[in-house]
Design a protein around this ligand. Structure first.
Ligand code: ATP
Length: 337
């Protein structure tokens, strides 16, 4: 799909001396799910609240379907919202909660049943929120948000209060449902795995700005900056030297994500790009070795440097502490510090 459904243009927001947003630009395509990801305090929620109309921007514009809605009140922006804390009305049943939004917008109440069906809760229409699990309550909240056929769906840490297993289930469900209904969606989270799993594109934020906006695989495999490489996944910091458009690290020649003038640098190398093979002739030594299930994590000392490798468990022979290993690095693109 092409075009722009949501455009945030030069958004600034200050709270006293705090710059919560500092010239934020973001364009979301129709039907796209963009996740805003970043550490606590980077401005994710402020961006979402300004898009929703719950917060005023200090400067900048918000456009939805090409229309400037910057001055429009929240209830006239056609946004569906789901928050972290369960925001269901406790005295209304699941169906009545979903109908609530429809009543306000004079929509057909018969849609409530269909919406509960969509979120997998058709048998739960008459239950009150206290008779539902946390995950089920969030499903009702999602059904309520979608019932009004919003132009944009806004999800602010919708899974944060749930336990790990339910979180993954509901995350996949949200993706399925969002794809099915095709609603343009902004999903705010501080959880990198969640952002990568759920989004078409991930916007990594830092100090009120977008550091990178790209597909999950691009953000992970070709992080634009050291901040992104660090925040999304783990990285080894290894010394290397730039030579043309590659950086040489531990004998490997790795392509650079962005060009660099040359010379001595610190390269950020993913643990899964590092491989270790036992070799009695080698000088690198295993310091720690942990079995993590499907993968194993091995820390190796190579000269002065510590290198972490993450390798599929089945492929790795036992590597007791002290084993001499040869370290190789796959030629994946790396960011520099
Ligand atoms: P978190 O993941 O912790 O919710 P966030 O990335 O969503 O963080 P915001 O909630 O947008 O960050 O906050 C951005 C900055 O603005 C923070 O420094 C925060 O303290 C500040 N801030 C947000 N709202 C207000 C407010 N109403 N008054 C004063 N400061 C605020």
């Amino acid at each position: 799909m092409t075009g722009v459904a949501v455009r945030l243009e030069g958004l600034r927001r200050t709270f006293g001396t705090v710059h919560a947003l500092d010239d934020l630009d973001l364009a979301i395509e129709p039907g796209e799910l963009v996740a805003l990801l970043g550490p606590s305090g980077c401005g994710k929620t402020t961006a979402l609240r300004i898009l929703a109309g719950l917060e005023d921007a200090t400067a900048g514009r918000v456009l939805v379907d090409g229309k400037d809605v910057t001055r429009l009140p929240a209830n006239r922006r056609g946004m569906g919202m789901v928050f972290q804390a369960y925001s269901l009305f406790p005295h209304l049943t699941a169906a009545q909660n979903v109908e609530f939004g429809l009543r306000l917008r004079r929509g057909p109440l018969t849609r409530a049943a269909g919406m509960l069906d969509l979120v997998g809760l058709s048998g739960f229409a008459k239950r009150y929120p206290h008779q539902l699990s946390g995950g089920q309550q969030q499903r009702v909240a999602l059904a309520r948000a979608l019932a009004i056929e919003p132009r944009v769906l806004l999800l602010d840490e919708p899974l944060s209060a749930l336990d790990a297993k339910v979180r993954v289930q509901l995350r996949d469900e949200i993706r399925r449902i969002q794809t099915e209904v095709g609603t343009t969606t902004l999903f705010v989270t501080h959880d990198q795995e969640e952002a990568l799993a759920v989004a078409d594109r991930v916007g990594v934020m830092r100090a009120g700005r977008l550091e990178q906006l790209a597909t999950p695989s691009e953000v992970y495999l070709r992080p634009a900056t050291a901040f992104v490489a660090d925040f999304v996944g783990l990285s080894n910091r290894l010394s290397g030297s730039v030579n043309g458009d590659v950086v040489e690290v531990l004998g490997a020649r790795l392509p650079l994500v962005t060009p660099h003038a040359g010379g001595a640098v610190t390269a950020l190398v993913r643990p899964e790009a590092v491989d270790v093979v036992p070799d009695p002739e080698a000088t690198a030594t295993v310091l720690t070795s942990s079995f993590l299930g499907s993968t194993s994590r091995v820390t190796v000392s190579v000269g002065e440097q510590l290198v972490v490798a993450q390798v599929p468990s089945g492929r790795l022979p036992e590597l007791p502490v002290g084993t001499r290993v040869r370290v190789t690095i796959q030629p994946v693109a790396v960011a520099l510090e």
